[in-house]
Design a protein around this ligand. Structure first.
Ligand code: GLC
Ligand code: GLC
Length: 649
């Protein structure tokens, strides 16, 4: 709706900033006016009642404008190129890797020399795990930030980051960093001032004099780290108050009912935009709004805040996409893409955490039915948005899909989850996996799973036993998991080390700043001597690296793999085989994956539905051609084997 008063107000602010409305800044002006009404409506939805709402709104518009003005021309050009391309992030040309700079190569200054390594593998998108200042002894892997604008000395300097960005530009690589939106470190200057008794900064957090309100909140909240950090509040002796700490006791939750917090954090978001970030990962967005009497997750106002951020980014830095890291129930994840008038106008990306966990489900059971029961939801993702697809990341694997999905497949949900926990923690008698339970909650039987891709697939055990056969099986499983996720639609995000078969790293147990958190077992320190073996034929490292490289190269060749809502699941003629059809223009592709430890036979009938009747298929993986047979004939899949089939006739 056109709002003349708002138009006037914005014109006044822009004039003060010397924006050339009709001239060189016209594109910015158009974006501002096109989004201003949304920005104001969303802002008002949250802050209308706040006494400082008006002032903060002005600061918000001023902030967006200043960031636009400071945006380097090269980035503005890139914004324009992306805009011209349309949905630049939906293509099959992007493949990412997530890594800890220090554990990967020491520091930021060493990273440019590693860009060839990524290029060789087929990776052109880097997610740098948090690099901004974070107290070493209370860091949560960098997710407890004490200064959002200073690169932590452990990693280097802001200049190193700018320099890295330059080198990445030369190779047309994309960059992702995190904004840790939900909380700060207890050593952030806002927290320090709050500790000193400064009421203005105490209002940046949820602080209370007594246990009364915290107790009320606790009644309906969950515990995220029940073992290492039980409860959701921490006593602050310096100011004699309780502060809300949903994650660790040193991570103080920010109070977004205070518009000053929003304005300051948006400014940090835009600061990252002007560092040349292509995708901004918003950490833990499900938690940013709190309301007593609820579990304080996925609340409607959390979505309002994200939408507001998205509209502001679209004005100041339209080339930056947003990834919402919502690792929640499947139906809740989908809402992060926006709903109603904001469909595809909230987060551009979310993690396909449901599918990730379901892959691990299929691998343990050899049964695809629970996974299939989830698809009616997963496929509701709106056009124009995409998934980050992955098999492992720096976090634990949560079995966060619905009990109903398990029941539909004919299992008892409690027993089924218990089986998966036992299987991956190696407790189950026949399990080759060597993972561990993370954040077990004896109160409700919940537990998540830690462990590297290789160890969970049985490589650690097989290597220890020097068993050639089980080593082969473990490698097949690793590649099956990667292939299934690379071709699914979305941007694949590898986790560093997985490309070279790193098994669990137990050195975290000797470090008191890490030993309480077994997620560190799957965050390896890269040994570049070991990585040299990727060049030596026959080594485990070479087998995994070269196969991963081949998978990524195949993906890059097939435009049909782009994420245009172009995936259909095949009917489960064989419950051990997960199969999907991807179509785009005149291309058609079938990915079929055998999750069982036995040879699988898949009737050709499975390929002749959904309006496609292929006669000849080419498997890019095995490099073989197949002539399709009758319904009583079968495509054969090796144990844990797969085919990547393009229809050629
Ligand atoms: C996200 C991060 C996780 C961290 C948490 C708290 O979930 O991925 O590593 O512990 O947020 O910031
Ligand atoms: C919680 C969060 C999730 C995060 C995890 C860290 O489960 O929901 O976002 O990955 O904690 O282990």
């Amino acid at each position: 709706m056109y709002n003349p008063a708002l138009h006037q107000q914005i014109n006044t602010i822009l004039r003060k900033q010397k924006i050339d409305i009709a001239g060189k800044d016209n594109a910015f002006y158009v974006r501002m006016m096109a989004n201003a009404d949304h920005i104001q409506t969303l802002y008002t939805e949250i802050y209308a009642e706040h006494p400082r709402a008006g002032k903060a709104f002005e600061q918000l518009i001023e902030g967006i404008t200043k960031v636009y003005l400071a945006r380097p021309q090269s980035m503005r050009d890139k914004d324009e190129q992306k805009e011209r391309k349309g949905y630049w992030y939906l293509g099959n040309d992007i493949a990412g890797m997530s890594l800890y700079v220090d554990r990967f190569c020491g520091n930021l200054a060493n990273l440019p020399a590693k860009l060839d390594y990524f290029e060789n593998l087929g990776v052109n998108f880097l997610h740098l795990m948090p690099i901004f200042e974070s107290p070493a002894e209370a860091s949560d892997g960098g997710y407890a930030v004490s200064n959002f604008r200073k690169v932590d000395e452990r990693f280097g300097t802001l200049d190193d980051l700018v320099n890295l960005r330059k080198h990445m530009d030369e190779k047309a690589m994309y960059l992702m960093v995190d904004i840790v939106l939900n909380h700060t470190s207890n050593q952030h200057q806002w927290a320090e001032r709050a500790k000193e008794g400064n009421a203005e900064y105490q209002d940046y957090f949820y602080m209370f004099d007594s246990r009364e309100i915290p107790d009320e909140f606790e009644r309906s909240m969950f515990e995220i780290f029940p073992e290492s950090s039980p409860g959701n509040f921490t006593w602050v002796p310096e100011c004699n108050k309780w502060v809300m700490t949903v994650f660790h006791h040193y991570q103080w939750d920010l109070n977004y009912t205070n518009p000053a917090v929003f304005v300051a954090m948006l400014d940090n978001v835009l600061f990252y935009a002007n560092l040349g970030v292509d995708v901004l990962r918003i950490d833990a967005p499900a938690f940013i709004w709190k309301q007593m009497g609820t579990n304080c997750q996925n609340l409607p106002k959390a979505h309002t805040l994200l939408r507001l951020i998205k509209q502001c980014v679209m004005v100041a830095a339209p080339g930056m996409a947003i990834l919402g890291e919502a690792i929640v129930a499947p139906k809740d994840i989908l809402k992060y893409f926006g709903t109603g008038a904001y469909t595809a106008r909230e987060c551009d990306f979310a993690y396909n955490a449901t599918q990730m966990a379901l892959q691990w489900d299929m691998l343990a059971t050899g049964d695809t039915r629970v996974m299939l029961a989830a698809q009616y939801l997963i496929l509701q993702k709106p056009f124009g948005t995409s998934w980050i697809t992955y098999t492992r990341c720096h976090d634990d694997i949560g079995l966060a899909y619905d009990d109903d999905m398990i029941r539909q497949a004919g299992y008892n949900s409690y027993d089924h989850r218990k089986f998966l926990q036992d299987y991956y923690s190696g407790k189950y008698p026949d399990s080759p996996a060597t993972g561990a339970l993370f954040s077990s909650n004896p109160k409700n039987g919940d537990a998540r799973i830690s462990g590297s891709l290789a160890s969970l697939c049985g490589l650690e055990k097989a290597l220890a036993e020097k068993n050639k056969k089980t080593i082969d099986t473990a490698i097949s499983k690793i590649l099956l998991m990667q292939a299934h996720s690379f071709f699914l639609g979305g941007v694949p995000m590898l986790f560093y080390g997985d490309e070279a078969g790193y098994t669990n790293d137990y050195s975290f147990l000797d470090d008191p700043a890490k030993s309480y958190d077994n997620r560190w077992m799957h965050r390896p320190v890269i040994d570049w001597k070991k990585n040299e073996r990727i060049h030596k034929k026959g080594t485990v490292e070479h087998r995994i690296f070269s196969a991963t490289q081949k998978l990524l190269a195949i993906r890059k060749k097939l435009a049909v793999i782009a994420d245009y809502k172009n995936l259909t699941w095949l009917n489960p003629y064989n419950i051990h085989v997960a199969g999907y059809l991807r179509t785009f223009e005149d291309q058609a592709f079938f990915g079929v994956y055998n999750f069982s430890n036995k040879t699988a036979y898949l009737t050709w009938a499975a390929f002749k539905e959904h309006g496609i009747n292929p006669e000849k298929l080419y498997c890019h993986w095995t490099e073989k051609e197949f002539i399709t047979g009758g319904n009583a004939d079968f495509l054969v899949l090796e144990p844990y084997g797969f085919h990547l089939l393009e229809v050629i006739a």
